[in-house]
Design a protein around this ligand. Structure first.
Ligand SMILES: [Zn+2]
Length: 92
């Protein structure tokens, strides 16, 4: 995990987890922020570990909660919106 990832307390629950969330390499800073793999058996969100993640609006960084909300929408089956503002716009 990269140094830019916020300090979370991780709990390993492989047998009862409903959503797998992890950080891994995607394409480096400011490309694809995260990806979601909807699945009934193993839904997964992968955040790009090379982004500068924060919680809240910080110039030059990416708000983890906004991207997580967006990706959870994909897990639930939502597509990108055609509007250019809002959490459902194309982020990743
Ligand atoms: Zn998306």
């Amino acid at each position: 995990m990269g140094a830019a990832v916020p300090n979370f307390t991780w709990v390993r629950q492989e047998t009862s987890a409903k959503l797998r969330v992890t950080f891994s390499h995607h394409d480096g800073p400011r490309g694809t922020l995260a990806s979601a793999s909807p699945s009934f058996t193993n839904p997964t969100i992968i955040f790009d570990e090379e982004e500068s993640w924060t919680v809240g609006a910080v110039a030059g960084s990416v708000d983890l909660e906004t991207v997580a909300t967006h990706e959870i929408g994909h897990i639930l089956g939502l597509a990108h919106a055609t509007i250019t503002t809002g959490v459902a716009m194309t982020l990743a």
